[in-house]
Design a protein around this ligand. Structure first.
Ligand SMILES: Cc1cc2nc3c(=O)[nH]c(=O)nc-3n(C[C@H](O)[C@H](O)[C@H](O)COP(=O)(O)OP(=O)(O)OC[C@H]3O[C@@H](n4cnc5c(N)ncnc54)[C@H](O)[C@@H]3O)c2cc1C
Length: 387
C-alpha cells in the first residue's frame, strides 16, 4: 500500500484531498491518504473582516467542519491526524507530526502534498490560530472588546486592514456610535502594486464613512493592562510619536508562510517552499506544493485555487500512470476586489479600475456562500468539480 500524505485543511488542501481520494485513492487498491492538520474546521479567511464585527456575520459561515468531507471515506483508505507537521526529512520521505494532545507520530510517505498556507503575524484570527477552539476563543474575545469599546483602532494598510476599516466604519463610525481609526504606513491605503486610482477610491470611501485615517504611520508599541484601554504608540514617517488609546485594537500586519517544519534547503529567503512551475518542491519530485506556502506567486485565494485546479488535473495521471505534470502558468491579471463596508467596494483587473458597484455586488458576502462546497472539496473558487 502506498501512502499519500496531505498537510493542511484550508482552501487549497480541502479540494485537493477530495479530488485525490476520488481520482487516485478510491478507484485503486494500492493507495491510502493521510491528512495532517490542527484544525477541525476549515477557516474561510476572506470574510473575517466582517465576522469580527459583532452580529454582522456568524462564525458558522467561515468555520466549516472538515468532517463534512472526511466522514465519507473508509478508514482503511483514509486517516485524519489532528496535529501539525513538525519536521520533514525529504531524503527518507519521513515526517514528524505533533498531534494536538502532544504525542509525536512518525509518518512515511510515497507522495506528499504540502498546503500548509500561512499564518497571521498578529494574534488575530484572520487565519486559523492552530486549533479551531483557539481560533474561536480569540474571535469571541475580540468581539467582546469591540462591543465594550468606544474607540476601535485598526492597523495595517493591506487589503485585510482596509476591508476591516470599511466594515467597522460602516457599522460604527458613520453613525457616530464608536470612533474608528485606521493606521497605515503609506500615503494611501492598500498595497503599492495596486493602481493609485483604486487606492484613492478606498481612501475616499473610508473618509465618507467617517473613519479617521492616520496615514504614513505605524503602531510601534502596544501596552495592555487588564480592564484598561490599550495604549498605542504611533510613529509617523518623520519619527514623531503620538499616543492613541483603544478600547479594541485590531492588527492586520500580514501573513507568514507555515513552512518551518521543512529543512532550510527547501525554503526561499522569505521562508516559502521553493516551488517549481510544475508545482513540485524544487529537487523533490514526490512533493507537491499549493497555495500560500509556495514561493511561485503571492498569497491569494485566487492563486491557491488556480494551483489546486492544476494539481487536481495532473496529479492522478502522474501518480497512477507516471505522466509528466504540465507547466503551470502563474496569474498575471493582478485582480483585486476590495470591500469598503457593506455597500461600497473597489477593485482592479489587468491594470484597470473596476466599477465599485459591480465589485460590491459580486463580493457582498465575501464569497462565503462558496465555503461549504470548498470544505467538502467539491470546488475551488475557480472550478466546480462536482455539483
Ligand atoms: C482576512 C483575509 C482576507 C483575504 N481575502 C482574500 C480575497 O478577498 N481574495 C483573495 O484572493 N485572497 C484573500 N485572502 C488570501 C487567502 O485567504 C489565502 O490565499 C488562502 O487562505 C490560502 O489558502 P491555503 O490553503 O494555501 O492556506 P490556508 O488557508 O492558510 O490553510 C492552511 C492550512 O494548513 C494548516 N497548517 C498550518 N501549518 C500546518 C502544519 N505545520 N502541519 C499541518 N497543517 C498545517 C492550517 O491549519 C490550515 O488548515 C485573504 C486572507 C486573509 C487573511
Amino acid at each position: 500500500m502506498k501512502t499519500i500524505v496531505a498537510l493542511g485543511a484550508g482552501l487549497a488542501a480541502m479540494p485537493l484531498i477530495r479530488q485525490t481520494m476520488r481520482n487516485v485513492v478510491l478507484p485503486s487498491d494500492s493507495y491510502k491518504l493521510v491528512v495532517v492538520a490542527p484544525n477541525t474546521h476549515m477557516l474561510f479567511p476572506l470574510a473575517m473582516p466582517r465576522v469580527l464585527v459583532p452580529g454582522a456575520m456568524s462564525e458558522d459561515k467561515v468555520l466549516l467542519p472538515v468532517s463534512s468531507q472526511f466522514s465519507e471515506y473508509p478508514s482503511d483508505k483514509f486517516q485524519f491526524l489532528q496535529g501539525t507537521a513538525e519536521s520533514l526529512t525529504p531524503e527518507s520521505n519521513q515526517l514528524s507530526v505533533k498531534s494536538v494532545d502532544g504525542n509525536m507520530t512518525e509518518l512515511s510517505y510515497d507522495y506528499l502534498i504540502i498546503a500548509t498556507g500561512s499564518s497571521s503575524r498578529d494574534n488575530t484570527p484572520w487565519k486559523t490560530l492552530g486549533t479551531t477552539e483557539k481560533t474561536k476563543e480569540r474571535l469571541f474575545e475580540i468581539r467582546n472588546e469591540v462591543e465594550q469599546a468606544k474607540t476601535i483602532v485598526i492597523a495595517g494598510g493591506g487589503a485585510t486592514g482596509t476591508e476591516t476599516a470599511g466594515e467597522f466604519g460602516f457599522e460604527y463610525a458613520q453613525s457616530g456610535k464608536k470612533a474608528v481609526y485606521f493606521v497605515y504606513n503609506d500615503e494611501l491605503p492598500l498595497v503599492a502594486d495596486m493602481i493609485p486610482k483604486v487606492r484613492r477610491q478606498a481612501k475616499l470611501e473610508l473618509e465618507r464613512q467617517k473613519v479617521k485615517l492616520i496615514p504614513n504611520s505605524k503602531v510601534t508599541k502596544v501596552t495592555t493592562a487588564s480592564g484598561k484601554e490599550t495604549v498605542l504608540e504611533i510613529t509617523d514617517k518623520s519619527g514623531k510619536t503620538n499616543e492613541l488609546k483603544a478600547g479594541a485594537y485590531i492588527s492586520a500586519t500580514g501573513v507568514i508562510p507555515n513552512a518551518s517544519f521543512a529543512p532550510a534547503s527547501m525554503l526561499d529567503a522569505g521562508g516559502f517552499i521553493k516551488q517549481t512551475t510544475t508545482l513540485q518542491a524544487e529537487g523533490h519530485d514526490n512533493i507537491f506544493v499549493a497555495g500560500d506556502v509556495g514561493s511561485l506567486e503571492i498569497s491569494k485565494a485566487m492563486v491557491a485555487a488556480a494551483q489546486t485546479d492544476h494539481l487536481v488535473k495532473y496529479l492522478p495521471g502522474h501518480i497512477l500512470g507516471g505522466e509528466a505534470i504540465a507547466t503551470y502558468t502563474p496569474d498575471t491579471k493582478n485582480v483585486y476586489a476590495i470591500t469598503l463596508g457593506r455597500s461600497k467596494a473597489t477593485g482592479q483587473m489587468n491594470g484597470w479600475k473596476l466599477p465599485g458597484f459591480i465589485v460590491s455586488r459580486v463580493k457582498r458576502n465575501f464569497f462565503s456562500e462558496q465555503a461549504p462546497d470548498m470544505a467538502k472539496g467539491k470546488k475551488t473558487s475557480s472550478t466546480t468539480f462536482e455539483k
